[in-house]
Design a protein around this ligand. Structure first.
Ligand code: NAP
Length: 200
């Protein structure tokens, strides 16, 4: 039997563990698109150029549900124009950088686009202190790895594209051992899966 695609009717599985994060303290959700073999870039091409149209649409929509986000300096540099263009959506964007001389190498806007060299734990503590409720962790591999290693990620929302690369930036650039429980999975299109996991 063919399984229908489309975001409304394409849920493949759903468990009772799915819950609302509304009203809770800050939730940190890792959002990534990867190849079937766990690469977030196609070989050495910068950016998520391999992501399908369905994932791009999902990504645009899902970001609206977050009041803050964190990404690494490399991801910022790759997509700087688009990221600066999102200034009006009300989401605080924090860019992690170790660039010497300043925490503001590209021009910050307080409460909108900020640069930080603090640890994941301190960044999350700071966001909590500012009353933020939902943080989208937007990569890349160094930042995903650092936050997973620090144990501050609550959920992983992974788009799996039907591609195998054998090379490229991995989902995490450092060794971790994170155990997950599947919350939900759905088809974004006929070949692209969205998997949602809770960190246990
Ligand atoms: N497919 C996807 O969903 C997806 C998602 C995100 C990104 N990407 C792609 O992944 C690639 C980037 O991944 P990446 O792993 O190379 O880089 P990254 O994680 O985006 O950024 C690494 C940079 O973050 C900063 N950084 C890292 N750890 C830090 C710490 N503890 N404190 C302060 N700053 C820290 C440093 O910036 P400075 O060099 O400025 O010091 C470092 O060079 C890009 O091509 C991007 O487009 C794909």
């Amino acid at each position: 039997m063919a399984i229908k695609a489309g975001r409304e009717n394409a849920r493949l599985c759903k468990s009772a563990r799915v819950g609302s994060v509304a009203g809770m303290s800050l939730r940190v959700i890792l959002i990534a698109a990867q190849s079937l073999d766990g690469r977030i870039t196609f070989h050495d091409v910068k950016g998520a150029t391999f992501a399908s149209a369905a994932d791009r649409q999902y990504f645009r929509e899902v970001l609206r549900g977050f009041d803050c986000s964190v990404m690494g300096g490399e991801t910022f540099r790759v997509s700087e124009k688009a990221i600066r263009g999102r200034k009006d959506d009300g989401r605080l964007q924090i860019i992690m950088t170790r660039r010497s001389g300043a925490t503001d190498p590209w021009g910050s806007v307080s409460g909108v686009l900020e640069f930080s060299r603090e640890s994941p734990e301190k960044i999350i503590a700071g966001l909590k202190a500012r009353g933020k409720k939902r943080c989208a962790l937007l990569g890349g591999g160094q930042i995903y790895g650092a936050f997973l290693a620090a144990g501050v990620v609550d959920e992983v929302w992974l788009t799996v594209e039907p591609r195998i690369f054998g090379a490229g930036v991995p989902l995490t650039t450092q060794a971790v051992d994170v155990k997950l429980a599947l919350l939900d999975c759905e088809r974004l299109s006929s070949d692209t899966l969205l998997l949602k996991y809770k960190v246990t």
